[in-house]
Design a binder for this molecule. Sequence first.
Ligand SMILES: Cc1ncc(C[n+]2csc(CCOP(=O)(O)OP(=O)(O)O)c2C)c(N)n1
Ligand SMILES: [Mg+2]
Length: 373
Amino acid sequence: MATFDLEGTFKTHNLDTAPPTSTEATEEELLDYFKTMYTMRRMEITCDNEYKSRAIRGFCHLYDGQEAIATGINDAFTQEDSWITSYRCHCVALIRGGSVEKVLAELFGLQNGYTKGKGGSMHFYNKEHNFYGGQGIVGAQVPVGVGLAFANKYKTPEGEHMPVALSAYGDGAANQGQIWEAANMAALWKLPAIFCCENNSYGMGTSVERHTSNPDGDYYKMGNAIPGVKIDGMNVLSVREGMKFVKEYCASGNGPIYVEMNTYRYHGHSMSDPGTTYRSRDEIAATRSARDPIEFVKKCLIENNMKDEAELKEIEKSIRKEVQAAAKKAKSSPIPPMEELYNYVYAEDGTKEKAEKQKFIRMPQYKNSVQNA
Ligand SMILES: Cc1ncc(C[n+]2csc(CCOP(=O)(O)OP(=O)(O)O)c2C)c(N)n1
Ligand SMILES: [Mg+2]
């Protein structure tokens, strides 16, 4: 066990209390964060390679650089808490009941995938772990997340702690009207809703300096009357402690809260963006060397004599092998059968797994469309 200083890693808005200025973490916890984040990193790098070899097609948005956010939130949450995010969702899918094999099989469009090969990169979903995706439309997940917060409040007896509902969105999405409308409703009804902006400094190809009228961003203040917390999203311990604080605030009936995670994305916006036309290679390299979330945890382990450099290298080596093996196994999955097209389209009564058959499915060529008279 060691103590870690969190001074300066939080800012608050409209709050009388704040997350703690230090925390403790055990070797086991830190090692677990390191392994989780390194697995995420390798999984995303594998996606990059598989995309370039055309085994993965379509849209594909990678999360490398942002791993501490999903990891820290997950540690502060239980499976009862709801979580919904944007298209940049592979690593949340992994941590909410997934496996590298299931995530990659989904990206390959195969039957053993997380969503049986039908969702692809942007549409992961896992009801059992209260993970609701994965949305391709910028900002659209936020009102849905407020609906989840409504459900959590509705189902919890008055006065008891509620599960919270987190909607993650980007800095580019943050100025959308639908977020404000949803936040207003959440505040009026005191819903346990967390508006979590993952500020990675860029919208698609536009920096925060260009896309927001507030040059500092200050996304944690955007709820105006709604309180907010800014968290160092590259420090998994800050994310964990900040989100424990935020969760307690919302779960105990105080209403919604805004969170801004300060982070960075290493890859371009998606696989079709090299990511270097609107920012410099030096900026990316400088972030990697000064703020990398995985290097941060490694440093915590080494400086507290919990693990040495060589031991961590060995762990990295074995994770690389595991991810490679998972990719191989994912590729051996069968392709989804034609019938899979009809499943989960319309639910019969909300309880049955198998949905009713759709009467007509329009395929790209009309003559190939499917009739189910
Ligand atoms: C309503 C809508 N407008 C535009 C797009 C195209 N688009 C996809 S992602 C994106 C940028 C979003 O940036 P940000 O919210 O910062 O998220 P990040 O990709 O950085 O995680 C845009 C404009 C879309 N998918 N939906
Ligand atoms: Mg962004």
